[in-house]
Design a protein around this ligand. Structure first.
Ligand code: AVI
Length: 335
């Protein structure tokens, strides 16, 4: 594995070993947070990449978002996976390794493991501690499975760990995380995944569909305020990790559907005139000024299949819920 630090980790409760591969060094991670936030906050209009939501606290908050009644994507995708698991296993076939992009709490993979019976599981996530905790739990619960944790930013090129044997790799990319990339970046990411797979390698991917504004906006404005707290986590990170003189009370959460662009937009709005320093720069925000923090693109079934087709994939199968809120597609790199 090039440049990757590979360490075997085990705990007394974890008879099975998690192979940990770090492609995001401590220094590199922190430096890039400072650089990335400085670049976005000095730009016009101001922005922060959504990948910076996911420190340990942000990952926990995201996990709680997934449990909110308004946030239909998680439970809808889970119900599709549960109901169609046998059909998925039949279509995907045996003798595989599973690689999950953005594995987070590794909940959804549990719906597939018994049916798919992969030789190896590789969880790929940017949040190191969260990744380790969830893959350790997975290794404890599935003693027959060889578990790897790859701490990497999959928005940039990364190297998959070498796995023993010659099982066919299948990438699992659930949760419509592909929607957090611009359609152009999504196409580039799909092309990178395609190019890294051998012929016959698979991609099982969950994608949120275009739907009515009310349902979409409710999902990003849950009544319990968890999405608001998740958005404000960026201000916590600015203050706690980068020493910026900011306070979460001075920002408000905004999420709305931009129908022309088929995307949910999230912003943080400055509640007063304020300035703070970051990396020797003074950032000055006027009351009412926005920081754009996330886009979540929604796709028609055909629109997404076209995007994956341009990346070189061939559609093998598709599953969705009765209300057609969410799609799970299975593509393969043609032989
Ligand atoms: C991870 N991603 C697909 C979520 C989404 O729906 O775009 C992130 C999220 N942001 C707010 N709520 C959930």
């Amino acid at each position: 594995m090039s440049q990757a630090l590979s360490t075997a980790l085990s705990s007394p409760s974890n008879r099975h070993r998690v192979q940990f591969h770090d492609q995001l060094t401590e220094d590199g991670g922190e430096q890039s947070l400072l650089e990335a936030l400085t670049v976005g906050l000095t730009d016009s209009p101001r922005w922060i990449s959504p990948k910076h939501f996911y420190d340990h606290r942000g990952s926990e908050l995201f996990d709680r978002i997934c449990q909110q009644p308004e946030y239909y994507p998680t439970r809808t995708e889970e119900s599709i996976l549960e109901q169609s698991v046998e059909a998925i296993a039949e279509r995907v076939g045996g003798d595989i390794d599973l690689i999950e992009l953005g594995s987070g709490a590794s909940h959804k993979i549990r719906l597939l493991l018994d049916a798919l019976r992969p030789h190896h599981y590789v969880g790929v996530d940017i949040s190191r501690d969260f990744l380790l905790e969830s893959t350790r739990r997975l290794a404890d619960d599935y003693p027959w499975l060889a578990v790897h944790a790859l701490c990497a930013d999959f928005t940039a090129p990364f190297t998959l760990p070498g796995l023993e044997g010659d099982a066919r790799p299948v990438v699992f990319f659930p949760g419509s995380s592909i929607g957090n990339f611009t359609p152009r970046e999504a196409g580039e990411l799909l092309t990178r995944v395609h190019d890294q797979l051998p012929p016959g390698g698979g991609l099982l991917i969950g994608v949120d569909r275009i739907k009515d504004r009310d349902r979409l906006e409710a999902a990003y404005n849950d009544a319990a305020g968890v999405t608001r707290e998740f958005n404000l986590n960026l201000i916590h990170r600015l203050r706690d990790e980068l020493g910026a003189g900011v306070s979460p009370e001075d920002f408000e959460h905004l999420a709305f559907y931009n129908e022309a662009a088929s995307r949910i937009e999230m912003h943080l709005i400055s509640q007063r005139d304020q300035s703070f320093s970051l990396d020797d720069q003074i950032i000055t925000l006027a009351a009412g000024e926005h920081i754009h923090t996330e886009n979540s693109w929604k796709y028609s079934r055909e629109g997404f299949e076209k995007l994956a087709g341009h990346a070189g994939f061939t559609l093998r199968d598709h599953w969705c819920d009765d209300a057609q809120l969410f799609d799970v597609h299975y593509f393969e790199r043609p032989a």
